[in-house]
Design a protein around this ligand. Structure first.
Ligand SMILES: NC(=O)c1ccc[n+]([C@@H]2O[C@H](COP(=O)([O-])OP(=O)(O)OC[C@H]3O[C@@H](n4cnc5c(N)ncnc54)[C@H](OP(=O)(O)O)[C@@H]3O)[C@@H](O)[C@H]2O)c1
Length: 276
């Protein structure tokens, strides 16, 4: 089995490589192939599985550079999908809880109508359409609030600030399901190993819901760090982009295939791996 991985240097891309250790993987990041400057995707070898973890994930930058966001998060996904169709390879693509506006105050299912409130969310939703436009053998995993050992993420930022002795002020009125990218990678591995053919959109996050404040409290708790932590409303922060206020994903559909751990368990595993 041969795998082609885009976004290999990202936090999810690195965890994908971890779970497929020993497999034949060809890895692409912007160093090997820069999707912002090249529009023709030419890959000579034949692959069975294509995994696209490539994306423009800097949400603030997406607001400022919307055409680049649509290029990378949507149009180029179409090129990857065409490539998968040409090779008849199974394509795994990742989207986000940011395709929803978060106004429903309930967990979103795969059949709920997306309504993004940011360029990032809109470009990722367009990416889902581009991915599905050219190929049928495709899985779109919508994931949320990722943290992975190989990435720059919220957990690492909070840990660093706390280690520096800084007091922390974190929003307590925006809710999500924090998700370890290693757990997402494990689902991909499960689908590949078990040759799952139930193509389509799946919500893939760790179980449970929390605010960013509650998430930070647990990070400090597990890491044994004692700094002042205060809750604040998101309305106190002048933000470049609107974020969904309540965007946890309903994971009933994926749970029929693979049980996702609770976010606190996932966080514990992540912090343990960071220490190694
Ligand atoms: N991070 C989150 O909280 C979050 C939440 C929901 C959904 N997601 C989705 O989950 C997936 C993985 O996210 P992640 O956090 O692992 O992303 P990430 O750490 O930001 O990694 C992004 C990857 O995309 C590559 N890339 C970016 N621009 C490129 C370009 N112009 N040409 C070629 N490659 C380029 C990067 O390569 P270089 O290193 O070479 O730049 C990197 O390997 C994405 O689809 C993202 O939208 C993420």
């Amino acid at each position: 089995m041969k795998i082609l991985l885009f976004g290999a240097t990202g936090q999810l891309g690195q965890d994908i490589q971890k779970v497929f250790e020993g497999a034949s993987i060809t890895k692409f990041s912007s160093k090997e192939f820069d999707f912002s400057s090249t529009d023709k995707l030419v890959v000579n070898d034949q692959y069975d599985i294509i995994i696209n973890a490539m994306a423009m994930t800097n949400t603030g930058l997406c607001e400022e550079q919307s055409s680049l966001a649509y290029k990378l998060n949507a149009e180029r996904v179409g090129e990857i999908s065409k490539l998968a169709a040409f090779m008849d390879a199974v394509l795994f693509h990742f989207s986000t809880d940011y395709v929803f506006d978060g106004l429903e105050k309930k967990k979103y299912t795969e059949t709920d109508l997306p309504s993004p409130v940011s360029i990032y969310g809109a470009s990722k939703l367009a990416g889902e359409f581009h991915a599905k436009m050219y190929h049928k053998k495709i899985f779109v995993f919508r994931v949320s609030s990722l943290f992975g050992v190989g990435g720059n993420n919220f957990v690492k930022v909070m840990l660093q600030k706390a280690k520096n002795g800084e007091s922390l002020t974190v929003v307590d009125d925006q809710f999500m399901s924090p998700t370890h990218s290693l757990d997402v990678a494990r689902v991909v591995k499960y689908f590949v190993d078990n040759k799952v053919e139930d193509y389509g959109v799946f919500h893939v996050s760790n179980q449970g819901v929390c605010s960013w404040f509650e998430f930070t409290k647990e990070i400090l708790n597990i890491a044994g760090l004692n700094v002042e932590l205060s809750p604040v409303s998101h309305t106190q922060f002048p933000a470049k982009l609107r974020r969904p206020e309540y965007s946890p994903l309903d994971i009933s559909k994926i749970s029929k295939y693979h049980q996702m751990p609770d976010w606190k368990v996932a966080l514990g595993e992540f912090l343990g791996l960071l220490e190694k």
